[in-house]
Ligand binder design. Structure first.
Ligand code: ATP
Ligand code: MG
Length: 811
């Protein structure tokens, strides 16, 4: 073939073009942030289609978020001038759900299996731990869940674990029991957790070579973005999909009529699919989820003969931003040195800001955003990142007050609200009658007099009679319960049955409703002609169950918003129907389960995006604010004890920096309130890794009349001519770690901030604050360096101030 047309390769640099045009079994593109990795993938897909080397249905592209998938689909369509229909461009999870729903029978599941999120898993684990008294051994739903997840990501199922468990260790024995019961509970509920989605697909392919062969034959080109963040299970899935199909299997399947010839080579085998992976080991930030950087570093060993392409030109950021990123990441040892460059010029300096408090920092961010906006930057081109969700509180408070249009990406937690989970549980109970968790959740929601004792009785009845919980409900009449309770149970069961009946499609003559064996077939038996819409079923359930009325009638003002939220959910199902004609309840439930954090992004809305650093991966914005660049936040205090923790946190910082196109802001606060407690914060060790001349430090107006430098003194250190290694973050692994900086905030910024030491203050005292003016102390709380003055200012309102460092004097 003659290769993709110039339309698809013009405007690419030589290595990018090579990556787009290369044809062979395996291609690895390793490159720093913003070097066009994702762009190359997109052009490569379009090139394969344009040259007719591949049909759309032969493409499987894996992205990190559903949002990235949607974007890639759009870009491919735009390049080709036609819809990208038939291609699988999706996340690992979505692709696996699709495969498992088609092959559910072989996987021992119903096609309507439920997907449990981490909250659901916790609920299950909580019950198990309680029943086993396992909390006495230190088990919590959190730590047991994390351990199970880790094992599943390594493809260690409960049987494999049992084979190697040391049963004389009581902790291990109990954990095995937890793991076993957890597995059993999910199985009998017809449910899979997130990790199962990948693992079960791998097991399916290993157990059913013919099924695997059909998918191997189908997907001829597999492309994976953000490969550095794949874990062992995901890696294994890719390996399963890219293996050749043996000659014997081809012959056997052909004889059965399930395989059509045409793809075999001269030896009779179907060669493995061509695999393209792109990644940047400097952006690996999911080790805590089992991501294995070795997948990328050992790619060449795993796929012999693989072509490796390096990209070094960055098209996203200015040189100043890149230099900062390069400097920071060069402190991680055990990495291949690479230096990104750009031709767009230095650009503006990075702006640094040290706030007095988290609120002060948020005010700075809000003010700067307004300034950028006045200069013509759209709100949607601006993003604010943070390490922990808790940091949004101060930001949101100030943004609301400043009437700044913003949106917390992945933080809205709409689907985590109790009333939404209740409504969803009704839908799940209808879709998957085996799902006991869902049914038990709604058994007495709204209150219908079915207490925990009755619930237990039902569960036991189900167990002794080998019935599902749902079937047991239908038999409630024989349990000897009171008439009122019996009636309530029967009524709920009837409502669920009626809703299920609404979903049964009207049978069209001769239409085959069984799922097809052929993965190429796109028919989906779960939608269907004549079936009620999701919104209709939901409305029916909410009305007939009495949930909506109970929320509306309640005198609790909270319940009013709850009713509105349920109505919002109905509206969302209607939107879903419009956007996904022909899909049904299970598709809706799947979509909700898989909504990844970055998926609520809506670039067309003119709002500033707030998100965690993890969510920011792969995205880019004209202006980026990295907030809370403090010790204990970045690096996060939980990372200190993890091997490789601080290095991973540094990569997270690197990811954040490299999202910025033109403007980068780094901000921190001297004090941070969390859970009602105000503590003194220290500048992040990573800040000093950025050459001082790249940053313009500004300071809080609260410190404006203090004398001295404009940046925290710990950061000034580089001006003394000492290298970055002095603080113990040496890039030389042979050196013993140097001591951590002893500087604490008040000293580190001593040039700027007074140390009030033991300034005596009591209720009734009048004070003057350099920023807020005069006010009266209403109360003093806390001890020692953590003493806080509650002050009613004459004009600035009520404030809480950390006495030790607040710029205040007693009048
Ligand atoms: P990350 O590591 O952050 O995922 P990436 O390597 O995937 O980054 P892309 O998102 O593909 O990088 O590209 C970064 C930006 O540079 C995009 O806006 C892209 O359109 C642009 N870009 C990439 N290559 C070129 C090129 N050859 N000419 C012009 N712009 C380009
Ligand atoms: Mg990318």
């Amino acid at each position: 073939s003659s290769g993709p047309s110039s339309r698809l390769t013009d405007g690419l640099n030589p290595p990018q073009r090579e990556a787009v045009e290369y044809r062979g079994p395996a291609l690895l593109i390793v490159a720093g942030a913003g070097s066009g990795k994702t762009r190359v993938l997109t052009h490569r897909i379009a090139g394969l289609i344009e040259t007719r080397e591949a049909w759309p249905s032969q493409i499987l592209a894996i992205t990190f978020t559903n949002k990235a998938a949607a974007e890639m689909r759009e870009r491919v369509s735009a390049l080709l001038g036609q819809a990208s229909e038939g291609m699988w461009i999706s996340t690992f999870h979505s692709a696996c759900v699709r495969i498992l729903r088609r092959e559910s029978e072989k996987a021992g599941l119903t096609s309507t299996f439920t997907i449990y999120d981490s909250a659901d898993s916790r609920t299950v684990l909580k019950r198990i731990i309680k029943a086993l008294d396992a909390d006495t051994l230190g088990f919590t739903p959190g730590n047991a869940g994390a351990q199970i997840s880790k094992l599943k990501n390594e493809l260690t199922d409960v049987d494999a674990y049992a084979r190697n468990a040391n049963m004389s260790d009581p902790k291990e024995a109990v954990f095995l029991e937890i793991f076993r019961q957890y597995t059993r509970t999910l199985r009998s509920a017809g449910a899979l957790d997130f990790d199962d989605l990948i693992g079960e697909t791998v097991y399916l392919f290993r157990a059913f070579p013919e099924t695997a062969a059909l998918y191997r034959r189908r997907f001829r080109h597999i492309l994976v973005d953000e490969y550095q963040d794949t874990n062992h299970a995901q890696y294994s899935l890719i390996r399963e999909l890219t293996r050749p199909v043996s000659r014997e299997l081809v012959v056997e399947m052909e004889n059965k009529g399930v395989l059509v010839r045409g793809l075999e080579d001269e030896t009779g085998i179907i060669p493995g699919a061509s695999l393209t992976v792109v990644g940047d080991s400097d952006q690996s930030i999911y080790a805590f989820r089992g991501a294995d950087i070795r997948n990328i570093t050992e790619f060449e060993r795993d796929f012999p003969g693989a072509r490796v392409v390096l990209l070094e030109q960055n098209y996203r950021s200015t040189q100043n931003i890149l230099s900062a990123a390069n400097a920071v990441i060069s402190n991680n040892f055990d990495r291949k040195a690479k230096n990104l460059f750009t031709t767009v010029g230095d650009g503006d300096k990075i702006t640094g800001y040290t706030g007095y408090s988290g609120h002060d920092e948020a005010q700075f961010v809000a003010d700067e955003i307004e300034a950028l906006h006045r200069k013509g930057m759209a709100y949607r081109d601006i993003a604010v990142f943070y390490r922990t969700n808790a940091q949004t509180r101060a930001l949101e408070e100030i943004f609301v007050r400043s009437a700044l249009p913003y949106r917390v990406v992945g933080g809205t937690k709409f689907y985590e609200r109790a009333e939404i989970k209740d409504a969803m549980a009704y839908l799940i109970a209808v879709a998957n009658p085996l799902d006991e968790l869902a049914i038990r959740r709604i058994l007495n929601t709204p209150k219908r007099g079915i207490g925990p004792a009755t619930e237990t009785q039902l569960a036991q009845f189900a167990e002794t009679n080998e019935l599902s919980f749902r079937a047991a409900m239908r038999e409630a009449g024989s349990l000897g319960l009171g008439p009122k309770v019996t009636n309530a149970i029967l009524q709920l069961a009837a409502v669920l049955d009626q809703a299920a009946a609404m979903l049964v499609p009207v049978q069209v003559d001769g239409a085959d409703q069984t799922p097809s064996d052929d993965p190429n077939a796109e028919t989906d038996a779960r939608g269907g002609v004549g079936a009620a819409k999701v919104s209709e079923v939901l409305t029916f359930l909410m009305t007939e169950s009495g949930l909506l009325e109970a929320l509306r009638r309640s005198r609790d003002p909270q319940d009013e918003t709850r009713a509105e939220n349920v109505e919002e959910l109905v509206a969302q199902t209607k939107d879903f129907e419009k956007e996904n004609p022909g899909s049904g309840l299970v598709d809706f439930l799947t979509q909700v389960s898989l909504v990844a954090a970055a998926d609520d992004l809506d670039d067309s809305s003119g709002t500033v995006s707030l998100m965690t650093l993890h969510t920011a991966k792969g995205l880019e914005y004209d202006a980026v604010f990295l907030t809370g660049i403090e010790e204990d936040l970045l690096p996060h205090k939980m990372s200190a004890n993890e091997p490789g923790g601080p290095a991973e946190e540094r990569r997270l910082f690197y990811v954040g920096i490299t999202r910025a196109r033109q403007r980068l802001y780094l901000s921190l606060a001297m004090t941070r309130s969390q859970f009602g407690d105000t503590s003194v914060a220290m500048p992040s060790r990573y800040l000093q890794e950025i050459p001082a001349d790249l940053i313009d430090w500004r300071q809080s107006p609260g410190m404006a009349n203090s004398r001295g430098g404009t940046q925290p003194r710990a950061l000034n250190a580089r001006r003394d001519g000492r290298g970055p290694g002095q603080y113990g973050y040496s890039s030389d692994p042979t050196l013993p770690p140097a001591p951590r900086p002893k500087t604490e905030w008040p000293n580190a910024i001593g040039a700027q901030v007074r140390d009030n030491g033991d300034l005596e203050l009591a209720a009734g005292d009048r004070i003057r604050h350099t920023n807020f003016g005069e006010g009266r102390v209403s109360q003093v709380t806390g001890e020692g360096t953590k003493r806080v003055a509650h002050v009613q200012f004459d004009t600035a309102g009520a404030k809480k101030l950390l006495i030790k460092i607040a710029p205040i004097e007693k009048l």
